[in-house]
Design a protein around this ligand. Structure first.
Ligand code: PRX
Length: 638
């Protein structure tokens, strides 16, 4: 793929592309899609339906995304590095694959899947560390038309089982264990526990990583390295329909159960490719590093698919920013000559809190572009990133998007369009954002604040929630028919730049990870000591938002203060077992009641104010069933 194709180089280019994408969207997206490898071209570019949410792109086309990520680069970029893997421990071996080698590895893994009976359309769940085999396995699924569903390897066995069962996966890919900083975690054991309640799974393929002994269940579990010995290194790519599922990725919403966001093949491919090239202004010799885990959408679109579609060199990192010390990110950048760096505000904030020497002792000369994703970046973090990492010479782009959008929606294009601290900026071509008021009317003009919604479909739009289209319809298209509703609130400044304020629904964003408050409450309520709970987010210096849980204990369970620490620890243990460590409440307050209206609805507004420490301005409590409970909650605030 020529990097010049549908390339925006100047602000005038951007304005022109944007105008064309609005005036003649079908022509615009047909032009963008032209140079991909298609087995058959589309019969219609777009069938739009923003009421029921049945949007279709490139209908009738046939293709395979891995031919576009790998095969088509072989002639011109066969010996170019495709993937650089940096291990958790800097003293151990890096791994590098050229496009030719990665192609072979993917084919071989695809053959292992085929030999193990995986067929087109089957769902394959991956619960793996950030090792090259995870990237290879994802692409191997796509090669044969299996639907990949990656589960972040920090989730608990219960969370894995929920996802595997929802996807009705027949095969699970995992490893013996994983490294996370100084810790090693027995991943296979977590999977074994999960699979006790997953009858759909008939095969587990285990990649050897730590060399740990693991229990292999006879008839179900096989080692990848043994299977690979018999697998050929060539594998023709399966022909896939444009709208066939490429992957399912589970994400949290305002209701209890995480939902399986479905992306299909052609539209997602075009969107990941186009947004990557233009937002990061990629050049042939870039070494690009996205620190996200492949278990999240950022890892899908901007560690894997976007870079490989563009023939770029992508770096994959197994470790954490603070191991062996808080200079690790900067050491990796100098070691590999990273030119484009994409990370999350929470990582920046945690590194900001360590001595400045951790960053100043590295040169960081190779860097030319810095990106941020996952949550609002506060001005302090933006300036620190810009000054100490980018040395005031690299544009910082704040990219707003969601699992459901498939790729970046609102962002400056690096070095091309204006940036402003804490502002994502302007929409990408193809994205028509609007701000709505409570009644669903569009707020015209600049200097406005409202609910952020998107007016027209873009190629990467969510297609459905797996197995339950009604849920997708209600969540995204129901609130304001005719629009995709994002769940975020935003402000459009006097120059038309968007600033994302945060979620307006019951979703909290903890270190860039999304959780539904109901999801955490359900987990807490599983604890025997608990009768009821209510969870809200509150501002947290490093995580962006912290988790504050108000808990009503069973009679007598925390009758005296001495019982409370034990009960708290047990509640935390339950949440870790139900969801994973990433959802651990930061604060737990035992209360005798929750502020409920006469109709039984919890007034979260009040709880949020208490959690934020805004107790002098709690607002009207007269509609509460028992206003006295508010006083007690304020007095017991943590
Ligand atoms: O609230 C927004 C926030 O993260 C949500 C999407 O989360 P997820 O689907 O996990 O995807 C994260 C990575 C794309 C959004 O609804 N968010 C994401 N990026 C930003 C952001 N908030 C502010 N600024 C951003 N750049």
């Amino acid at each position: 793929m020529p990097l010049e194709h549908s390339r925006i180089r100047t602000f005038e280019d951007y304005q022109d592309a944007y105008r064309r994408s609005v005036e003649t969207p079908e022509q615009f997206w047909a032009d963008v899609a032209e140079p991909f490898t298609w087995r058959r071209k589309w019969t219609s570019v777009l069938k739009a339906d923003m009421v029921d949410g049945h949007n279709e792109w490139y209908g009738g086309a046939k293709l395979n995304i891995t031919e576009n990520c790998l095969d088509r680069h072989l002639a011109t970029r066969g010996n170019k590095l495709a993937l650089i893997w940096e291990p958790n421990d800097p003293k151990t071996r890096q791994i590098r694959y050229t496009y030719r080698e990665l192609h072979q590895q993917v084919c071989q893994f695809a053959n292992v899947l085929l030999n193990n009976g995986v067929e087109k359309g089957d769902r394959v769940c991956l619960y793996m560390p950030m090792i090259p085999q995870l990237a290879i396995a994802v692409l191997a699924c796509a090669r044969i038309g299996a639907v990949h569903s990656v589960i972040f390897a920090g989730f608990s066995s219960t969370a894995i089982a929920d996802r595997v069962n929802d996807a009705q996966a027949s095969v699970v890919l995992t490893s013996d264990g994983l490294n996370r900083g100084p810790k090693q975690i027995p991943v296979k054991r977590v999977v074994d526990e999960a699979l006790e309640s997953c009858p759909s799974v008939r095969r587990v393929i285990v990649v050897e990583h730590l060399g740990w002994p693991v229990h292999m269940q006879e008839g179900r579990d096989v080692w990848y390295h043994e299977e690979a010995q018999e697998a050929a290194k060539t594998c023709p790519a399966e022909e896939i329909d444009a709208e066939d599922m490429l992957f399912i990725l589970y994400t949290s919403g305002s209701t209890g159960k995480p939902k399986g966001v479905v992306h299909t093949t052609a539209g997602y491919m075009v969107w990941a490719d186009y947004t990557f090239r233009n937002v990061f202004q990629v050049e042939e010799n870039d070494i690009y590093w996205c620190t996200a885990d492949i278990g999240w959408v950022t890892g899908h679109s901007y560690l894997l698919y976007g870079p490989l579609l563009n023939g770029a060199t992508t770096l994959m990192f197994e470790g954490v920013p603070t191991y062996p010390d808080a200079g690790r990110f900067w050491e990796v950048i100098d070691k590999h000559g990273v030119t484009v760096f994409y990370t999350a505000p929470t990582a920046i904030r945690s590194l900001m809190a360590t001595p400045l020497d951790n960053v100043l002792s590295y040169s960081l000369d190779s860097l030319r572009i810095l990106g941020s994703v996952g949550e609002p970046i506060n001005e302090e973090a933006w300036h620190w990133y810009h000054t100490h990492v980018g040395k005031e010479r690299c544009p910082v782009i704040d990219t707003w998007w969601q699992t459901e959008t498939g790729g970046i929606m609102i962002s400056a294009l690096a070095g091309v369009s204006p940036t402003k601290p804490a502002h994502a900026g302007q929409p990408l071509p193809g994205v028509q954002p609007v701000l709505l008021n409570q009644e669903g009317q569009e707020l015209e003009g600049n200097d406005q604040e409202g609910y952020l919604a998107i007016k027209r479909p873009w190629p990467g739009i969510i297609r459905t929630t797996y197995g339950d289209h009604e849920r997708a319809k209600q969540t995204y298209f129901g609130p304001y028919p005719g629009y995709y509703f994002t769940g975020d609130g935003a402000r459009r400044d006097e120059n038309g730049l968007y600033r994302i304020i945060g979620r307006v629904d019951d979703v909290i964003n903890v270190s860039g990870h999304r959780f539904g408050t109901a999801e955490i409450e359900n987990a807490i309520n599983e604890n025997d000591n608990v009768v009821e709970s209510a969870v809200v987010g509150y501002p947290h210096d490093v995580k962006g938002q912290g988790i504050y849980a108000f808990v009503i204990c069973r009679d007598g369970a925390c009758a005296n203060d001495a019982d409370k620490p034990r009960v708290e620890a047990s509640i935390i243990e339950t949440v870790v077992a139900q969801i994973g460590k990433i959802a651990k409440p930061d604060k737990i307050q035992m209360v005798s009641g929750l502020p409920k209206t006469r109709s039984g609805k919890i007034m979260r507004r009040i709880l949020r104010k208490v959690a934020e420490g805004e107790t002098s301005n709690i607002g009207d409590v007269t509609t509460l069933l028992d206003p006295a409970v508010v006083e007690e909650i304020i007095n017991g605030r943590k």
